[in-house]
Design a protein around this ligand. Structure first.
Ligand code: ATP
Ligand code: MG
Length: 171
């Protein structure tokens, strides 16, 4: 089965949860899933839940868990760079049929990884692997290289009413 490159972007809710939904579906079909999370660090509820699927879904984090404002630190960049190298390694291992790069678009937008490096991951994707790239601000070049692009468009979001991310719903 041929694998494609999917991008979930836009400023509306649902990018990461769509990718997690796909991971669940893939695991149900016996496919092995690798989830690499950029930017993020910490026990998001999905990480706790996915421990129950440890034989099928593996999660690793390549972020420092800070929200990026202005110039990223050397530590932020190093963590993201390690992530890119790790994804190349994972693809070379050829154990996973689905690879999710959560918030990779944000890592590019914030200057943690050059767009060429994300493009290189797409190019290096084995034929049978499905790759999902999430995060707002997807670069035009990434969207051009993808086979499927979905934009989550915000119509209304309680975030604008001051409701921060809630455990179990957003994190
Ligand atoms: P989900 O993980 O619920 O599927 P998502 O992946 O589509 O959401 P992200 O862009 O990753 O959403 O945003 C993660 C969190 O950032 C949101 O849940 C929200 O709490 C917060 N956030 C920060 N800025 C905004 C904004 N301008 N609009 C909406 N949410 C925002
Ligand atoms: Mg997200």
């Amino acid at each position: 089965m041929r694998g494609y490159v999917q991008v979930y972007t836009g400023n509306g809710k649902g990018k990461t949860t769509a990718a997690l939904g796909l991971a669940l579906r893939a695991a149900g079909a016996g496919l092995k899933v690798f989830i690499g999370q950029f930017i993020k660090r910490g026990e998001y509820s999905e990480i706790k839940a996915l421990k129950r699927f440890a034989d099928l879904i593996q999660v690793e984090q390549f972020g420092m868990g800070r929200f990026l404002e202005g110039q990223p630190s050397a530590e932020d960049i190093e963590a993201a760079q390690k992530g890119v190298a790790r994804i190349h390694e994972i693809m070379a291992e050829d154990r996973y049929q689905v690879i999710i790069l959560d918030e990779a678009n944000v890592a590019v937008k914030s200057g943690l990884i050059p767009v060429q490096e994300l493009l290189a991951l797409i190019v290096a994707k084995p034929y049978h692997v499905e790759m999902i790239i999430t995060g707002r601000y997807a670069s035009t070049r990434i969207m051009e290289a993808a086979d499927l692009v979905t934009e989550m468009k915000v119509i209304k979001h309680y975030y604008h009413e001051g409701i921060e991310a809630r455990v179990g719903i957003e994190k």
